[in-house]
Design a protein around this ligand. Structure first.
Ligand SMILES: *[C@@H]1O[C@H](CO)[C@@H](O)[C@H](O)[C@H]1NC(C)=O
Ligand SMILES: *[C@@H]1O[C@H](CO)[C@@H](O)[C@H](O)[C@H]1NC(C)=O
Ligand SMILES: *[C@@H]1O[C@H](CO)[C@@H](O)[C@H](O)[C@H]1NC(C)=O
Ligand SMILES: *[C@@H]1O[C@H](CO)[C@@H](O)[C@H](O)[C@H]1NC(C)=O
Length: 304
């Protein structure tokens, strides 16, 4: 018996070393840079065995993350993920852990780039309070950040300017600004979200859906006390019912029979396969970046 243990240890040293965990790429949100993801990156490195991780910064980080557009960000993120050959498992897959606006970018990556032309496929996507259903705070005034410049910009986006070409191309939050009182102008004017959400028919609709369906896990974390994402249900693809800024549907608008049947993004199909996990974290927006025990209890299991 005492000879078996050393043999097992040697075997594990060989096998466990070769079979590392799926690598992890992390992405920050708006008004944040990679430094804001340092804690999460450190916890990934500490708790996920044999993992390679990379904390990615898009478009100049903290201040840059406000200007530009989500298409550019997604391309920048994709370029950096592709450029790092360590960011893929033997099966060519990467796990993504992304905060806030970054979660939307990560989902954009999963739908637009993953698994082709040398871009690693996505295994598990962990979204920490991402505005997947849209963002609207026109009535209550927006938080998004304490930065005065940020507030000014968001207020500006809150104007009808939101769907102007200028705002769409140059102010990032315009990419997920969704006016429940004017869905038509959103669908016609917004250049990012109606596409990645397959709310309109476009040339890549089918591909986006197929790619989303190829995820092993989509983990959507949010919280009623989030404080930044409005409505908070957006983290789970929920949004206000058209014509109201009071009542938000809890998840994707399944109450809309037609959406449920057509399942344009494949979210229902993914859910039917048990691959979507909705989590109420009970955290405020920045909580994910500061709470080690939450990481260990609720995020880590999806990365093992
Ligand atoms: C994003 O911004 C770039 C300039 O950086 C511009 O060329 C491009 O058309 C914009 N794309 C969208 C979808 O707004
Ligand atoms: C929606 O916005 C468009 C232009 O942005 C405007 O022409 C239209 O009147 C608006 N509709 C409503 C219901 O406010
Ligand atoms: C990292 O976590 C500690 C507490 O766990 C917190 O005080 C600190 O602000 C966090 N850093 C960032 C950049 O969020
Ligand atoms: C951190 O997460 C734990 C759950 O793991 C929770 O009990 C605790 O309240 C959280 N702390 C804060 C400050 O939200």
């Amino acid at each position: 018996m005492h000879q078996v243990l050393p043999v097992l240890l040697v075997l594990c040293a060989l096998v466990c070393g070769v079979w590392g965990s799926t690598p992890v790429a992390l992405l920050h949100g708006i008004f944040h840079g990679s430094e804001d993801m340092d804690n999460l990156t450190m916890w990934v490195d500490t708790y996920v065995p044999n993992v390679y991780s990379r904390n990615i910064e898009v478009h100049g980080g903290k201040m840059g993350s406000m200007f530009g557009n989500l298409s550019d960000y997604t391309a920048d993120f994709a370029r950096q993920v592709k450029a790092d050959p360590m960011l893929r498992s033997d099966e060519g897959k990467v796990n993504l852990v992304c905060h806030s606006q970054g979660a939307l970018v990560c989902r954009g990556y999963a739908e637009m780039y993953a698994g082709m032309d040398g871009y690693p496929a996505v295994d598990t996507l962990v979204s920490l309070s991402g505005p997947h259903g849209g963002f609207f705070c026109g009535d209550e005034g927006c938080v998004l950040s304490d930065e005065p410049l940020a507030r000014m910009l968001v207020d500006c986006a809150a104007d009808m300017l939101a769907y102007d070409t200028w705002a769409q191309e140059a102010v990032v939050p315009a990419g997920y600004w969704k006016d429940p009182f004017n869905i038509t102008s959103y669908l016609e004017g917004s250049l990012y979200m109606p596409y990645v959400n397959n709310e309109i028919e476009h040339t890549d609709s089918r591909m986006y859906k197929d790619r989303l369906l190829s995820l092993s896990q989509l983990v959507l974390m949010g919280s009623p006390i989030d404080g930044v994402i409005v409505p908070p249900e957006s983290a789970w693809f929920g949004f206000y019912t058209e014509g109201s800024a009071q009542e938000a549907s809890v998840v994707y608008p399944w109450d809309d029979e037609q959406t449920w049947r057509q399942d344009p993004l494949g979210l229902r199909a993914l859910e039917d396969q048990g691959k979507v996990t909705y989590i109420d974290s009970g955290l405020v927006h920045r909580g994910y970046l500061e709470n080690e025990s939450f990481f260990v209890e609720s995020i880590l299991p999806f990365l093992l």
